[in-house]
Write a protein of this length. Structure first.
Lengths: 153, 198
C-alpha cells in the first residue's frame, strides 16, 4: 500500500522521497522514504541520530558529531538505537523485507549485547536484578549520573 | 505497560557545570515544545487512532520521547551538580534555584510550569497528525536555538542527536498521514472522522 511499490524501488535520489502523482487537496503531503535507502552502520547511526544518511540534516552550527560514542555502553546503545530507528521505519513500511531482515539481525545482536553488558555492569531491567544471589538493582551509577567512562551511561 | 531500562538512549557525559545553560535547556523538559509534552501528546493521541500503523507509530515515538525526557533531565542534572555559592547566583539560574534548588522540575525556561495547554489531542486523524508535524518542527527549532546559546561540546553533542530525532519523527508522521489518506474517502478526505464515525 506504500506509494513506493513501483518496479524500480528507488526512483529518486537517496535524500529524496516519492510523492503520489495525484493526491487529495488540503491535506499535508510529505514524500515517502524509498525502500533500499542508504544506511549508516550502527555506531555512526547513533552518532548522527539517524540510521539514514538521506534524513541526516544537521544545523549549520556544530554540524559534525563531536565524537563517535565509545565503550561497552555505547556499543549497546548503538544496537538498541538501530532497533528503535528501524522500528519506526517499519511502522510506515511494514512490507519492506530488507528492513524486516535487518531488524531481526539487530534484535539478535542486541540480545547478545545486553547479556554481555549486564555481566559487566549490572542489570538493565529489574527482572535481572539478582546476581549471584544478591539484589544488585540499586547499585550506582544510575543513568543520569555523571561518570567519565563505562558504567550505565 | 512500561518497563524501565537502566540506560540512556544516547550517552550524556557533561564535564563542566553551567547553571545558566541548564536554565535554558530545562525548557525541553517541561516547556511548550519539550519532551514531556511530546510523550504525553503521542501516547494520549493513540487511543482514538483507527488504523494499526498509527496506533503503533504513536506508541513507539511516544515511548522514545520518554527516553528523551530522561536525557534532558540528565543534562540539567549534570550541568547543576556541585554548584558553588557564587554559581547559584548566576543570572538566569537564580530564579529557578529559589524554587527548585538543584532539582529537575518540568517548567519552561521562561518560568511557566509544564502546561498541557501547549499540546493537543483532538481525536481526529488528520488533525492530530498535523499537530504532530508542527510539534516536531517546534522542538527542532528549540534545539536549533539551544545550539545557538551553548558553546559546550558535551552538551551540543547530545542536543544534535535529539534535534535529528525530531526530523526523523517528522518524516514518519508525514508518512503516517499518507497511509491514513489512502484508507479514507479519496473524493473527500473530510467526509467523516474515521477516529469517531464508524
Amino acid at each position: 500500500m506504500n506509494p513506493d511499490t513501483t518496479p524500480n524501488p528507488r526512483p529518486c535520489e537517496d535524500g529524496q522521497g516519492v510523492l503520489a502523482p495525484c493526491s487529495p487537496l488540503a491535506v499535508p503531503n510529505v514524500p515517502f522514504q524509498q525502500k533500499g535507502s542508504q544506511k549508516y552502520e550502527q555506531s555512526e547511526a547513533l552518532a548522527n541520530g539517524t540510521l539514514f544518511p538521506g534524513l541526516d540534516l544537521p544545523f549549520h552550527l556544530k554540524a559534525k558529531a563531536a565524537s563517535v560514542p565509545e565503550g561497552a555502553a555505547a556499543e549497546l546503545q548503538a544496537l538498541c538505537f538501530v532497533i528503535t530507528e528501524l522500528g519506526l521505519y517499519l511502522d510506515t513500511h511494514q512490507d519492506d523485507q530488507e528492513a524486516v531482515q535487518l531488524f531481526q539481525q539487530y534484535t539478535r545482536l542486541a540480545e547478545e549485547g545486553k547479556r554481555r553488558y549486564e555481566a559487566m555492569y549490572g542489570p538493565l531491567t529489574q527482572r535481572s536484578a539478582i546476581q549471584n544471589g544478591r539484589y544488585v538493582w540499586l547499585n550506582d551509577p544510575w543513568p543520569w549520573e555523571y561518570r567519565k567512562e563505562g558504567g550505565n551511561k | 505497560m512500561f518497563v524501565y531500562e537502566k540506560k540512556l538512549q544516547y550517552p550524556v557525559k557533561i564535564k563542566n557545570c553551567n547553571p545558566k545553560l541548564a536554565a535554558a535547556i530545562i525548557s525541553q523538559y517541561g516547556g511548550p515544545d519539550g519532551e514531556l509534552g511530546a510523550s504525553l501528546r503521542y501516547l494520549s493521541q493513540r487511543y482514538s487512532m483507527p488504523y494499526p500503523e498509527l496506533k503503533g507509530l504513536l506508541t513507539d515515538i511516544g515511548t522514545e520521547e520518554l527516553g528523551h525526557l530522561e536525557m534532558i533531565g540528565a543534562i540539567v542534572h549534570q550541568l547543576t551538580r556541585k554548584l558553588s555559592d557564587e554559581q547559584i547566583k548566576t543570572a538566569g539560574f537564580d530564579t529557578y534555584f529559589v524554587d527548585h534548588t538543584a532539582g529537575v522540575y518540568p517548567t519552561a525556561a521562561s518560568g511557566w510550569p509544564y502546561n498541557a495547554a501547549s499540546m493537543a489531542v483532538k481525536g481526529d486523524v488528520i488533525c492530530d497528525l498535523t499537530e504532530d508535524l508542527a510539534a516536531e518542527q517546534k522542538a527542532r527549532v528549540t534545539y536549533d536555538n539551544i545550539l545557538r546559546l551553548s558553546d559546550d561540546p558535551d552538551v551540543n553533542d547530545v542536543i544534535r542527536f535529539l534535534r535529528e530525532r525530531e526530523i526523523v519523527h517528522f518524516q514518519r508522521f508525514g508518512e503516517a498521514i499518507e497511509l491514513a489518506k489512502q484508507r479514507m474517502n479519496q473524493k473527500n478526505v473530510y467526509y467523516m472522522n474515521p477516529a469517531f464515525d464508524r
